[in-house]
Write a protein that binds this ligand. Structure first.
Ligand code: URP
Ligand code: ZN
Ligand code: ZN
Ligand code: ZN
Length: 461
């Protein structure tokens, strides 16, 4: 079965060029000058559209246990929503509960995901119980295709690791070639600030932001960088939100250290003003790190241009407003942390292209090519080239759409971007050669997605 995608402009990190793409089975068999490929069994007319590598969202939380509840997208609903939005790969976090092993955690995530995904998927491992056997098991995780380990400097008593534990895991990561991913916020100090606010009767969602100041993200980011320097481990800062943290990352990168960072659309488009919305509406925007003052946003866009921010992921972690965010109505500390977004990342970052903040090449690079290289999926994913998986998005840059809970496909009862007008829209999505989204709707299946056993970071200097 062959498919010809003709008449479009193929996007790569270098920008756009007119080309046709021939798909044979699950892979791309040729990329050639317009009119030179084919015939094929079917033709997709991409005239006036971009033909780009499918998005790779390297940070999602499907069915994640948190704060006595769990994120509401299953692997089935979450990966289907991702496909609607032009994302053809997710990397989800398998969460080690204290007192359990990394390998049993991996098994548990396989049980949840295998046979239940509309697109291909991989895992990172969250290490929340650093001990001799966890450290030993890190190599087995790598052997099982999971070469990246997230640790937390936040959430004391839940996921938090001490500096000593982080040091041990970094030493192991250095030894086995793995990457440490860091949630860099000073959770010990934050918990004191949050307790003080609550004791003073300050219970509203905006307190979540006010008690997690950007300085404590900057401080933790610097500390993580120094620990990585001492141990020699590659470090990837997840969901970077603050100018102070970005400055620390930029300084380390200027010195040649293997430090990388991602940001998320919510930090580029939403702010603490959303957290301050009345009638508990602010709870919809509670995530950690918190939404910041708008003044941080220009720095984040600049970081994306200079590659101090290499990746855009969503940190998709949906909790319903009605029965889940509610848990924190009398105490902002009990609001489940997370914002839905897996469906909208490609569209939201396209707004950066429209606004002149990003080139087309950087859009593709931050949303697809770099996450593929960073997490051992390149060139299978992240590029339109002969031999690569046919994970392809045909994107109409001129179409208009309005984001809304009424039209999104995520399994959550609100949109953080309600009413936002978007220029550009996904037209057609192929996942390993199969059309899963087209103008006539979703034609994929939640048994189609395959587990991606990943190589180690290919992006190290
Ligand atoms: O608030 C967030 N980010 N929830 C998901 C867990 C995490 O820290 O990534
Ligand atoms: Zn985190
Ligand atoms: Zn996360
Ligand atoms: Zn619900």
């Amino acid at each position: 079965m062959t498919t010809l995608i003709s008449g479009g402009r193929v996007l790569s990190t270098a920008g756009a060029s007119a080309a046709d793409v021939l798909v044979d089975g699950e892979t791309i068999s040729a990329v050639g000058a317009p009119g030179t490929l084919g015939p094929a069994d079917s033709v997709i007319d991409a005239t006036g559209k971009y033909v780009m590598p499918g998005g790779i969202d390297a940070h999602t939380h499907m069915e994640m246990p948190f704060g006595g509840t769990h994120s509401v997208d299953t692997f089935g609903t979450g990966t289907t929503a991702a496909a609607w939005g032009g994302t053809t790969t997710i990397i989800d976090f398998a969460v080690q509960a204290k007192g359990t092993s990394l390998l049993s955690t991996m098994d548990k995530w396989h049980e949840k995901a295998d046979g239940n995904c509309a697109i291909d998927y991989g895992f990172h491992m969250i290490v929340s119980d650093v001990n001799d056997s966890s450290l030993k098991e890190m190599q087995s995780c790598v052997d099982g295709g999971v070469g990246s380990f997230k640790m937390f400097m936040a959430y004391p008593g839940v996921f938090y690791s001490t500096d000593g534990e982080i040091l041990l895991a970094m030493q192991k990561a250095r030894e086995i070639g793995a990457t440490i991913m860091m949630h860099a916020e000073n959770g010990i100090a934050i918990d004191q600030l949050a307790a003080q606010a609550f004791a003073a009767g300050k219970i509203d969602p905006v307190q979540h932001g006010l008690t997690r100041p950007p300085e404590l993200e900057g401080e933790a980011t610097s500390r993580a960088i120094q620990l990585a320097k001492v141990t020699g481990a590659p470090l990837y800062i997840v969901h970077l939100s603050a100018s102070q943290a970005l400055a620390a990352v930029a300084e380390a990168r200027n010195e040649g250290q293997n430090v990388f960072a991602e940001t998320c659309p919510q930090y580029l488009y939403l702010s603490i003003e959303d957290l301050a919305k009345p009638d508990f509406e602010g709870s919809k925007y509670v995530a950690s790190p918190p939404l910041r003052e708008k003044s941080h946003q220009a720095d984040l866009w600049r970081g994306l241009r200079t590659n101090d921010l290499s990746v855009v992921s969503t940190d998709h972690c949906p909790f319903c407003f009605k029965d889940q965010k509610e848990l924190g109505r009398g105490d902002f500390r009990a609001i489940p942390n997370g914002i839905p977004g897996v469906e909208h990342r490609m569209d939201l970052l396209h707004q950066g292209v429209v606004a002149g903040e990003l080139t087309l090449g950087r859009w593709v690079e931050t949303c697809s090519t770099t996450p593929a290289r960073m997490f051992g999926l390149y060139p299978r994913k992240g590029v339109i080239a002969a031999g690569s998986d046919a994970d392809i998005v045909v994107y109409d840059p001129a179409a208009k759409q309005t984001l809304s809970v009424e039209t999104h496909h995520m399994n959550v009862d609100y949109s953080a971007y309600e009413g936002m007008e978007i220029t550009g829209k996904v037209d057609t999505v192929l996942s390993r050669g199969r059309v899963v989204v087209s103008p006539s709707g979703f034609s994929g299946s939640t048994t189609h997605g395959k587990f991606l056993s990943r190589d180690l970071n290919q992006y190290l200097n």
